[in-house]
Design a protein. Structure first.
Length: 128
């Protein structure tokens, strides 16, 4: 696990979404709220980033080409990474929200979700 102090991690958020518009909008919103944001468009890239950096939370889309969000969540937990994950997806009807939480997601939100809802969840997770 990368070496970072809690203070340097507290406001770092990783957004994993293959939709550039969604990713950009989230990044702008969170940056305006004082978060340091990293974005990636694939599950495999996200796993690579989490090996080299620590994040306070990960916002994760479910439906992505290649490695989807559930596979990313499984891979994170299998290697012992307990970074809080917020699943944000338009495809939640495919899978029960409780089941996603059982897999290790801290929160499960429908896409689109408002800025207030997302920042409230992140504030709870990061202790802001």
């Amino acid at each position: 696990m990368p070496e970072n102090t809690p203070e340097t991690v507290a406001r770092k958020i990783l957004i994993v979404d293959d939709d550039d518009d969604v990713s950009s909008t989230l990044a702008e919103m969170l940056t305006a709220s004082g978060y340091e944001v990293t974005t990636t468009f694939s599950g495999r890239q996200a796993l690579g980033l989490t090996e080299s950096k620590r994040f306070a939370a990960i916002i994760l889309d479910l439906a992505m080409p290649g490695m989807g969000g559930i596979s990313v969540l499984h891979a994170l937990r299998d290697r012992g990474d307990q970074t809080p994950v917020v699943v944000l997806s338009a495809y939640l009807g495919m899978m029960d929200k409780d089941k996603i939480r059982e897999l290790g997601a801290r929160a499960v939100l429908d896409k689109p979700s408002g800025a207030d809802e997302i920042t409230a969840v992140l504030a709870e997770i990061t202790g802001d």
